[in-house]
Design a protein around this ligand. Structure first.
Ligand code: S0N
Length: 291
């Protein structure tokens, strides 16, 4: 029988999650990629020796993993996390900062490619949940802010370090943060570069919930199962709608893309295509739902 929550909500599954490890098949070095039969993809930054700092290779692999999860019709929700209990992600790997970007020899020029990843995560029509244990700092803090939901362990620490180490994110890292925590708090976070604990992060609405470290994955899976029981199209349209307000024309395009997809599925949309293929005038007005 399906598991029932206290509020009467039926979860999608009540069995323990069996993870399938897709890391080797994808030849990933810096990340791990797991999927579950329930419909969850888990993407783990796997550089614990540097608190899961990312280098260009890490970003390339994260982008591939997000594309895999987005295109996999069996997947309904994506978890982003860091390996181990000490860090979600500590941002760009400072030992690899070259001229004008990060350089690990895997790309022809130094890159700031985490920005492309942020956009990809925003555009992904599936909910993305940050599961945060330990440090979420610098570009790592921005990655969790770009996720749709953030669940934190009680050992989590949040903050920006850019002005301390000679970097800044003037994109989502600034404006999206200000929308979440407000103008004054965003300026405090960037201008003072201090760390905030999980309770403080919850108070400033940076995270959705805080749980004991030992409970973090279980609670995240519970949130995933509730999401999996809901309408994927409704969630995709809502994500696009919430983004649209902030993302300007690109955001409206996202929402418009969902509208066009639904129109393609309608009798009216199909009639236009069929009429063209069958070389006849379209009979749009004969379709009741077209009025
Ligand atoms: C996280 C901190 C506070 C933890 O301190 P703690 O507990 O004292 O641990 P440490 O001993 O410092 O760390 C353990 C080991 O991990 C290494 N390490 C940690 N973070 C990094 C890092 N970011 N890069 C490389 N190595 C890291 C330590 O060196 C140590 O190694 P060992 O054991 O060998 O000594 C503390 O570690 C800390 O402050 N870390 C640095 C945080 C930071 O400044 N991050 C970078 C911030 N900037 C960005 O992320 C910018 C990138 C970005 O997102 C961006 C934005 C806009 C446009 C483009 C970009 C882009 O860059 O792509």
């Amino acid at each position: 029988a399906p598991q029932q929550e206290k509020d009467g909500f039926h979860l999608v599954s009540n069995k323990d999650t069996q993870w399938h490890d897709r890391t080797q098949a994808q030849n990933f070095k810096d990340i791990r990629y797991h999927t579950s039969d329930e419909g969850i993809a888990k993407i783990t930054i796997n550089r614990p020796e540097v608190h899961n700092a990312f280098r260009p290779l890490t970003i390339q692999e994260l982008r591939t993993a997000f594309a895999l999860a987005q295109d996999d019709v069996s997947i309904g929700v994506i978890i982003l996390c860091g390996e181990g209990p000490n860090a979600f992600c500590s941002g760009g790997d400072q030992t690899l900062r070259g001229e004008g970007g990060y350089d690990d020899g895997t790309e022809p020029v130094p890159r700031l490619s985490v920005l492309d990843l942020q956009v990809q995560m925003r555009r992904c029509p599936k909910p993305v949940i940050a599961m945060i244990a330990g440090y979420a700092v610098g570009g790592g803090h921005i990655l969790h802010m770009v996720c749709d939901l953030s669940l934190a362990a009680d050992n989590a620490l949040f903050g920006q370090t850019g002005p301390k180490v000679g970097s800044f994110d003037a994109g989502y890292g600034s404006s999206h943060m200000a929308r979440i925590v407000g103008q004054k708090k965003a300026r405090e976070i960037w201008f003072l570069c201090r760390l905030y604990n999980a309770k403080e992060a919850l108070e400033m609405k940076l995270v959705n919930s805080v749980v004991p470290l030992a409970e973090l994955e279980r609670e995240t899976l519970r949130w995933c199962r509730r999401i999996l029981a809901l309408s994927p199209t409704a969630l995709a349209c809502l994500k696009a709608a919430i983004n649209a307000d902030e993302d300007g024309q690109a955001g409206i395009m996202e929402l418009a893309g969902q509208a066009t997809r639904l129109y393609y599925l309608s009798e009216e949309g199909k009639e236009g295509r069929n009429a063209f293929v069958q070389r006849r005038p379209p009979a749009f007005r004969s379709i009741p739902s077209s009025r």
